[in-house]
Design a protein around this ligand. Structure first.
Ligand SMILES: Cc1cc2nc3c(=O)[nH]c(=O)nc-3n(C[C@H](O)[C@H](O)[C@H](O)COP(=O)(O)OP(=O)(O)OC[C@H]3O[C@@H](n4cnc5c(N)ncnc54)[C@H](O)[C@@H]3O)c2cc1C
Length: 244
């Protein structure tokens, strides 16, 4: 896949479908979906069961939060399309730009692999920081509301018309309410209940593609000795394909 195959966002491609959309899950998928919906819906409400602080704090809904995350090129281009200036804001807030061709060392069975010599630049940050910079960008977009500490319980469904009309949610104090919506986006990731919900309500379960990866992931935090050098530049210019 090359960057040329990643389509640019075209706001005209989103049709008007109603006044309020609800996005369940305020992770990266939910935030990007909400950004697109905000171009056509008067009100977009994003709910998440975690609190959404104005600080880059780890949160239970994303257990890998505090791990450094790398923005691959397709994701970077898409995020930058939707939130122009995103990567500069990320760097200003403490993210780093690394050259994975020289700043990162790869080992296989204790043997250091040769550096490729090919520059591959990548923005890196913790997940909370990647998300926070996106959430802050919504401040400039009208009609978008965040509700943290809000758990999705079920869809509100009109059995006769076969239409989802909103969601039932529980707030932090345990109160259950309904949020009406013309469109609901499920961005709850791997814990999504929607496939089973569809089957239970007589709809077809979407087909599932599963790729089994026989790979374990282990990380450890270390304190870098003061004089190791090799600092990655937080201002490394990132070359981009086709000006994106
Ligand atoms: C250790 C590790 C390192 C990784 N590193 C990278 C990396 O470097 N780069 C990269 O691109 N990817 C990386 N990934 C993968 C990446 O984290 C996942 O692909 C991504 O999190 C999936 O995003 P998502 O928005 O679909 O779902 P999730 O991130 O799982 O988000 C789901 C959201 O829904 C919320 N939610 C769930 N249920 C409910 C409910 N009932 N009510 C309300 N809210 C709910 C959760 O709180 C959460 O905010 C890594 C993964 C791991 C485990």
């Amino acid at each position: 896949m090359t960057l040329a195959t990643v389509p640019c966002y075209d706001p005209e491609s989103v049709r008007d479908t109603g006044c309020r959309a609800v996005v369940v899950g305020s992770s990266v998928a939910g935030l990007l979906a909400a950004r697109v919906l905000a171009d056509r819906f008067a009100a977009v409400t994003i709910i998440d069961r975690d609190q959404l602080a104005d600080e880059p704090e780890p949160r239970p809904g994303v257990p890998q939060s505090s791990q450094p995350h790398g923005l691959l090129e397709g994701g970077r281009a898409t995020i930058e399309d939707l939130f122009p200036g995103y990567c500069d804001a990320l760097i200003d807030a403490g993210g780093v730009a690394v050259d994975t061709g020289s700043d990162v060392e790869f080992y296989d069975d204790d043997i250091e692999l040769a550096q490729s010599g090919v520059e591959r630049s990548m923005y890196c940050a913790t997940r909370p920081l990647l998300e926070l910079i996106m959430r802050r960008r919504f401040a400039a977009i009208e009609g978008v509301e965040f509700r943290g500490g809000c758990t999705f319980l079920d869809y509100r469904h009109d059995d006769h018309r076969g239409v989802v009309e909103g969601v039932r949610i529980r707030n932090e104090s345990g109160k259950t309410t309904t949020l009406e919506a013309n469109l609901v986006v499920d961005a709850t990731g791997r814990t999504s209940r929607t496939p089973n919900w569809l089957a239970e309500h007589g709809y077809q379960k979407p087909p599932l593609d599963e790729v089994r990866v026989d790979l374990q992931y282990g990380t450890v935090q270390i304190e870098r000795p003061p004089a190791t050098g090799g600092q990655c530049s937080s201002r490394r210019p990132i070359p981009t394909a086709e000006g994106r």
